[in-house]
Design a protein around this ligand. Structure first.
Ligand code: GLN
Length: 539
């Protein structure tokens, strides 16, 4: 491991969902703004090899990296904040650790030794902790440990963090512990006991946190900070208040105000490489908070009960809305509740409609009805992945008259499989990691809406799907005005469709939302908002 790389571990206590990912990303942003190169990785304590097989209802969106890793949604925050790509190495689960160790055991690599949690699992965890820091590319590697201190399943990770302090040596290692300071309304008091207990649990595991970041709904009075410092064994200036913020993008500035970055730098004997510069970030926030217009956009999908299932799409709208200085009122609509009889009333207040990615049949017909409405009424339409496939199926059914056109995902016996499996996909019998994943090139047709949005004709976007546009229907479909305006240059697979006689109707087989960041809003989202605004103004 390169000596100069510094390691920051972020643990969490008291409860889950405190936003470790946002704190990690905000700290990363602040260090990056001081000229340091930073990456963030997440270690998740569950047994799935990766989150690709997890239900979005339970776990939120599966985020996909350039190299095609299916990862935790926190990696999306890391990329959106830092504007730096992540990879498979940035998200490791207990399942992957065990899989690696067991594979080595089967190969006989442990030379007859008894294979145990300590040292074999912890060694494997540590070698993964250090992987990204090995070639000296990063000044700082931030590692977020998923779950809560005290969970049985995170014990090996916590033990590996304890050992890491000795591997790395003082000054190269730091633990930031994120906790909650609940407010008891009846007593009008902020309570420190849960934090004391969670720090005690860390201490029992041999880890002394260096910095406490305390989530709270009310400012922490100085006596509360003092109490926390005293009982949790941390310096008073290392008790950091993290008040609930209006937007996650405010958190870096809040952490700056609390001097989190300064504490980290001094504890790691690290110097800024440049003067702190957050001008672009502040500029983004300024535009986000002072819109000059507003549009209402419907996001139609089946996982709307858990908005985290559409995290990257929702964040992409935020980035694009700042770029357009146009507030986006995003209305999440369940496709299961949209029918042929009610779609006109359900959708009539919208200036634009996005049909979301998804899997399986549930809510599918609601999505078809939604597309019909957008197509027939000239409502700006954006279809992503399944959303694009639905647009093609709707067109085949209602314009080409193929009543039973479908994707073979929904109806394997359809007489008109306009969306179908590719040959390579047919042979696959495992679920995990077997879709078309990660970044692929796409050539855009000159003059298309897509080419106009991107301002170029060669792009790369990330994929996560099994089914594809069936090219044997391309001629027929194009002859009626749905054009393939983006194609994979190698395979000829259709990646984008657009309607000729429609103000803005774009369906993409890839997931543009994965590449939208604060500093680089995704061009299709920006153009979609513009089209919705035009529609609204012309009403
Ligand atoms: N279920 C579709 C497929 O596998 C679409 C996937 C998606 O929307 N991500 O092709």
């Amino acid at each position: 491991m390169a000596a100069q790389t510094k390691y920051i571990f972020i643990t969490g206590g008291v409860t889950s969902s405190l936003g470790k990912g946002i704190i990690a990303a905000s700290l990363g942003k602040l260090l990056q703004s001081r000229g340091l190169s930073v990456t963030i990785q997440k270690f998740d304590p569950y047994l799935n090899i990766d989150p690709g097989t997890l239900n979005p209802y339970e776990h939120g969106e599966c985020y996909v990296t350039e190299d095609g890793a299916e990862t935790d949604l926190d990696l999306g925050h890391y990329e959106r904040f830092l504007n730096v790509e992540t990879s498979q190495s940035n998200n490791i689960t207990t399942g992957r650790i065990y899989n690696n160790v067991i594979t080595k055991e089967r190969k006989g690599e442990f030379l007859g030794k008894t294979v145990q949690v300590i040292p074999h699992i912890t060694d494997e965890i540590k070698s993964n902790f250090y992987k990204l820091g090995q070639d000296g590319k990063y000044d700082v590697v931030i590692t977020e440990i998923g779950g809560c201190v005290g969970d049985i399943e995170s014990l090996p990770f916590i033990e590996a963090v304890r050992q890491a302090r000795w591997d790395l040596g003082p000054g190269n290692f730091l633990v930031v512990h994120l906790t909650l300071i609940p407010y008891l309304r009846a007593a009008k008091e902020l309570k420190t006991k849960p934090t004391q207990h969670s720090v005690k649990q860390l201490l029992e595991a041999g880890i002394q946190p260096d910095i406490l970041v305390c989530r709270t709904e009310h400012p922490l009075p100085s006596d509360v900070k003092r109490k926390l410092a005293l009982f949790c064994n941390v310096q008073l200036d290392s008790v950091i208040e993290a008040m609930d913020a209006e937007s996650i993008y405010d958190v870096p500035l809040l952490m700056k105000k609390e001097k989190l970055d300064e504490r980290v730098l001094s504890k790691l004997n690290l110097k800024s490489k440049s003067k702190l510069d957050l001008n672009d970030w502040k500029d983004f926030l300024g535009r986000l908070k002072n819109p000059t217009a507003e549009v209402t956009i419907g996001l139609v999908g089946k996982y709307v009960s858990l908005p985290d299932a559409y995290k990257s799409i929702i964040e992409s709208f935020i980035h694009a809305s700042a770029a357009s200085e146009c507030k986006v009122k995003l209305v999440l609509l369940s496709s299961e509740e949209i029918t042929k009889d009610n779609y006109k009333t359900k959708l009539k207040h919208l200036d634009g409609i996005l049909v979301a990615p998804g899997f399986g049949e549930r809510g599918f017909e609601g999505k078809i009805a939604t597309v019909t409405y957008a197509r027939e009424n000239n409502i700006p339409f954006f279809g992503i992945c399944l959303g694009m496939q639905v647009a093609v199926i709707e067109f085949a059914r209602n314009v080409l008259g193929m009543d039973q056109a479908n994707s073979t995902e929904m109806d394997p016996e359809t007489p008109n499989p306009v969306i179908a499996l590719m040959e390579e996909q047919k042979k696959i019998d495992q679920m995990g990691g077997t879709m078309r994943l990660g970044s692929y090139a796409c050539d855009l047709k000159k003059g298309s809406k897509a080419a106009l949005a991107y301002g170029k004709t060669k792009i790369q976007e990330r994929h996560r799907h099994r089914y594809e546009f069936n090219n044997s229907y391309l001629e027929q479909i194009e002859s009626k005005g749905m054009m393939a305006t983006g194609k994979n240059p190698k395979t000829g697979l259709v990646e984008i469709i657009e309607l000729k006689n429609h103000p803005w109707f774009v369906g993409v087989q890839f997931h543009p939302e994965y590449k939208s960041t604060v500093l680089k809003p995704q061009p299709l989202f920006v153009e979609f908002i513009q089209a919705a605004l035009l529609k609204k103004n012309n009403k």
